[in-house]
Write a protein that binds this ligand. Structure first.
Ligand code: NAD
Length: 332
């Protein structure tokens, strides 16, 4: 069976986006191998073969890349939300772990004569000085240099982008690079410190008492855009199969303030809940995707409204929390 099907390798398949990508590739009829340090906590994997393995280990990577896969997606990284990336406490791990994964996976693919690997970079590699004005952040792809990301996570992404491009230049590969902007949706981390703003807001609102308040980090006027995971997967697959190597933004252009996001979540919940702005790790002042290049090169860009994605995500997190309460008999 496997011989007749197209094959795909998803590194980071136990993660949020990787889990959704595996499902999508299975719907398309691929034979899929996933690899990760862990299974996905929120949904059983649909991969035909799932390897629990550490991609920092060269031997494990060589064993996993044991054939010429038709498509390879490299999403594994040591990452998290602002509470993980911006405190400075995890910088050495973030840089060492993610760079080692990329060095190993790319080289193993090259040595297996796999020509094309998709790499998930991040909007966190854009220079801080272009993101100080919350109303007019500049995240066009050509604004990346001179480089000045505001986190070591962003610097590692920049290094790895250059690594994939160097293999294109020197070894005739055709790697593809996307810069994701804040991806959210069901089956993502929603507590524990590595969750992103939309999931954190949904959790806080679900758990808030009627008439109570939720805490929002900073003055709430910092801006961001958020992309629903299905559109991220769509853009990822389109880019890998296109003739454009990138780097290109995969994000939403619907920019909101963080307080605006909190208000949207509260409106979706139908609850009476207020907002209290408190000090916390923040990241840049403003960030929005710039989709001119992706429209030009792929003839496609994300189009779903933030509200639609929040509705689906809120409903899922609410179910998860209720399920937990059912198991433990009490909410935290
Ligand atoms: P995630 O943390 O859910 O998934 C990453 C996965 O990589 C995790 O399951 C983790 O266990 C795995 N991993 C980490 N170290 C590993 C190792 N040594 N060996 C094997 N597996 C390892 O993150 P995600 O949100 O699904 O993001 C996927 C990719 O997209 C990452 O590279 C991330 O940097 C990038 N990205 C995500 C966003 C976002 O908003 N989610 C934004 C920009 C970029």
């Amino acid at each position: 069976m496997q011989d007749q099907k197209k094959t795909a390798l998803v590194c980071g398949a136990g993660g949020f986006i990787g889990g959704h990508l595996v499902k999508r590739l299975k719907r398309e009829g691929f034979w899929v191998r996933g690899v990760d340090l862990k299974f996905n906590e929120h949904a059983a994997t649909e991969a035909d073969d799932f390897v629990i393995g550490d991609l920092r280990d060269q031997q494990i990577v060589r064993d996993v890349v044991d054939r010429r896969f038709d498509e390879v997606y490299q999403l594994a990284a040591d990452m998290g939300g602002a509470g993980y990336i911006f405190t400075g406490e995890n910088d050495a791990d973030i840089m060492h772990n993610s760079a080692t994964i990329n060095l190993n996976v790319l080289d193993a693919c090259y040595k297996r004569n796999i020509k094309r690997v998709f790499y998930s970079s991040s909007a966190c590699m854009y220079p801080e000085h272009n993101q100080l004005d919350p109303d007019n952040p500049n995240c066009s792809e050509d604004s990346a240099y001179p480089a000045n990301p505001d986190s070591e996570y962003g610097w590692e992404k920049l290094f790895s982008e250059r690594l994939y491009l160097a293999y294109n230049r020197n070894y005739g590969m055709q790697n593809r690079i996307a810069r994701y902007h804040n991806i959210f949706g069901p089956e993502g981390t929603w507590d524990g410190g590595k969750e992103k703003a939309p999931a954190a807001m949904c959790r806080k609102v679900v758990k808030a008492a009627e008439g109570g308040k939720i805490e929002v980090w900073g003055d709430g006027m910092q801006t961001r855009s958020f992309l629903y995971v299905d559109e991220c997967v769509e853009g990822t697959i389109r880019l890998l199969r296109s003739e454009f190597q990138g780097p290109v933004n995969i994000g939403s252009e619907e920019m909101v303030t963080i307080n605006g996001l909190a208000q949207m979540v509260i409106a979706v919940s139908g609850k009476k809940v207020g907002i209290e702005n408190v000090p916390g790790p923040l990241g840049v002042r403003g960030r929005n995707s710039d989709n001119r290049l992706i429209k030009e090169k792929l003839g496609w860009a994300p189009s779903q409204s933030l509200r639609e994605g929040i509705e689906r995500t809120y409903a899922w997190i609410e179910r998860e929390i209720l399920r937990q309460c059912g198991q433990h008999g009490v909410a935290e």
